[in-house]
Design a protein around this ligand. Structure first.
Ligand SMILES: [Cu+2]
Length: 308
């Protein structure tokens, strides 16, 4: 499953529950950029109108602006447990721990509460624990599903935003980040493939192999370093990825892919289609970005620029 399909699945889940849950209007975005977060309230608490909404801002996220919200008063706290400060507009400086809007929203009405955020550079899910207070009672949207579980596997999930870089592919619980290789000399026989593998699920998986049109076969190699001499060999068991583990397949790492018997030279700037096979996640298509000959790291992903 590619990341666009993954997004559709999330959207389908939200469509069936959005009338009751507090959710973000957009549930995935790129890391490291500004993001207009709109928290959607679709219903009051049981039969009672909403009178306030408090959103906790997770560690590592800056609030850079509060869009105006006529009819609602704004309060912020600077730290957990700190006294609320009423906020009359203007851009905040310093850390913000929570934001509260106070007003009134009819039980069956819906509305959106916006914040301009600066997102962290890491990938993955970010939860915004949110408390919806009503004239009678409250809804605490503060639960966080266990790794590998669906967002709505808990009764009152916290609104979630998933940060996914443009050159990241997800398949079930497996995430493949920034796949790359190097340009080759005209008669080179092999090229290495590098990427970062993460298993965000609760069950182990194994990268068992792969295939590509540009080479006769794809092997998984492990690198060992004995007395300063590094050598590589086929890893017959593949690459196991434990629940929660990340395997960084980098030039200095323990594992890489080997594209063996290249059919043509790889040219810097190309994208090389590659299928990776996982024991659980199945076949996953990615593209290796071709960096310069001898590069020790991938070229800076130009896709990031689109979000600035
Ligand atoms: Cu190798």
């Amino acid at each position: 499953m590619n990341r666009i399909l993954a997004g559709c699945a999330v959207a389908a889940v939200l469509a069936s529950t959005a009338d009751a849950h507090v959710v973000l209007s957009q549930t995935s975005f790129a890391p490291g950029v500004s993001f207009a977060a709109f928290f959607k309230v679709g219903h009051g608490c049981a039969e009672s109108p909403t009178t306030s909404l408090t959103v906790e801002i997770p560690e590592g996220i800056d609030v850079v602006n509060f869009p105006a919200k006529p009819g609602w008063k704004l309060e912020v706290t600077r730290a957990r447990g700190a006294a609320p400060i009423s906020w009359n507009g203007g851009n905040p400086t310093g850390s913000i721990h929570s934001v509260t809007w106070r007003g009134r929203l009819d039980v069956k009405a819906n509305d959106q509460f916006g914040l301009m955020l600066k997102l962290p550079t890491r990938q993955g899910a970010i939860y915004f624990p949110t408390v919806q207070t009503c004239e009678a009672g409250e809804n605490r949207w503060v639960e966080i599903p266990a790794p590998g579980q669906a967002w709505n596997s808990v009764p009152h999930p916290a609104p979630v935003l998933t940060l996914i870089a443009a050159d990241t592919t997800t398949a079930g619980a497996i995430r493949i980040e920034q796949p790359w290789t190097r340009a080759t000399a005209p008669n080179a026989r092999t090229a290495a493939g590098y990427f970062k593998l993460t298993n965000s699920g609760a069950v182990a998986d194994i990268l068992t192999g792969g295939s590509t049109d540009v080479a006769e076969r794809v092997e998984i190699h492990s690198t060992t370093n004995v007395n300063g001499v590094s050598s590589m060999r086929i890893a017959p068991a593949g690459i196991p990825i434990a629940p929660g583990a990340t395997v960084d397949m980098a030039p200095a790492g323990s594992f890489h892919l080997m594209l063996v018997n290249l059919k043509a030279a790889l040219v810097a700037g190309q994208k090389i289609p590659l299928t990776l096979n996982f024991a659980r996640a199945g076949a996953v298509r990615v593209e290796l970005s071709v960096a310069a000959i001898g590069a020790l790291a991938p070229a800076e992903a130009d896709e990031h620029a689109h979000h600035h």
